[in-house]
Write a new protein. Structure first.
Length: 277
């Protein structure tokens, strides 16, 4: 539990620093902090206060449209994030003649890392994240599309206030931050999972076990078009051997098909199998 609280606090701190130190001066609009920024620039309202008020409104909407059970996990972040924004206002950096795009990328990395740590702690982000779930539920669209819709609405408002260049920087920030968030949550993949469709399963099985010292699982399947029985070879390979395995398989069967995915966690490790072929 202590570890989760640590992740949560550090995540909030990074989000606040990313916003205050890097993104705010460039008028980059992201989520509820972007809404607050627009209010500050146009009506001179305090950013942290607007974030707090907006978060409370979103929490109320969440309770009404999603229920208490779904919304309650958003309460800690909704209340504490504006506090962290307030206490980190003094953290400023003189970037001098640094290119805005470099500041944007750095801010997105810091902000995305913060979001990732908050999610990794088991808590949810409030604010516009609640809107995403409401849109997803009532518009019958996937959460990814709901996120895109919410972001598009907010960034479009930013476009009319701050111009096209800021709009592009906001898009870039959203993309980089989401990528970093995923990496923080899932980790950096050091393994690949291979699903190999081949008519030469015995030779490829022997190759993987003898040459790469990795076990395999044989799956029974039927072709959807031909309805003929087929064997699928499943194996997990360390990323450093990824290219070599592909090349060696194609030497054996040039018509082999692959499905290759990242493996972020392998329980039990990669075992060496001593097996008679």
């Amino acid at each position: 539990m202590l570890k989760k609280v640590f992740y949560f606090i550090i995540g909030l701190l990074l989000m606040a620093i990313g916003f205050n130190t890097f993104l705010k001066d460039l008028n980059i609009v992201q989520g509820v902090s972007g809404i607050a920024l627009m209010f500050e620039r146009t009506l001179e309202y305090d950013t942290s206060l607007v974030i707090l008020v907006a978060n409370v409104i979103f929490l109320i909407l969440g309770v009404i449209f999603l229920g208490v059970k779904v919304t309650r996990s958003c309460i800690p972040e909704s209340i504490l994030f504006p506090l962290f924004v307030k206490i980190t206002e003094w953290i400023t950096i003189d970037f001098g003649k640094t290119e805005p795009i470099l500041i944007t990328i750095t801010g997105a990395l810091v902000f995305g890392a913060g979001i990732g740590l908050v999610y990794k702690s088991g808590f949810a982000t409030g604010g516009t994240g609640i809107l995403n779930y409401i849109f997803s539920k009532y518009l019958k669209i996937p959460i990814g599309k709901a996120l895109f819709l919410t972001s598009l609405i907010i960034m479009s408002c930013g476009y009319f206030l701050f111009g096209f260049e800021t709009f592009i920087y906001s898009l870039l920030t959203m993309y980089i931050a989401s990528m970093v968030t995923d990496k923080i949550m899932l980790g950096i993949s050091d393994s690949k999972t291979f699903f190999i469709f081949t008519d030469k399963e015995k030779e490829i099985k022997k190759l993987i076990i003898n040459e790469f010292k990795t076990g395999v699982t044989m799956l029974d399947a039927h072709g959807g078009y031909t309805n003929k029985p087929k064997k699928i070879i499943l194996c997990v390979m360390q990323t450093r051997n990824y290219i070599k395995l592909k090349e060696e398989i194609l030497k054996i069967d040039s018509e082999a098909d692959f499905v290759i995915t990242d493996s972020y966690e392998v329980i039990g490790g990669l075992h060496k199998y001593e097996e008679e072929i």
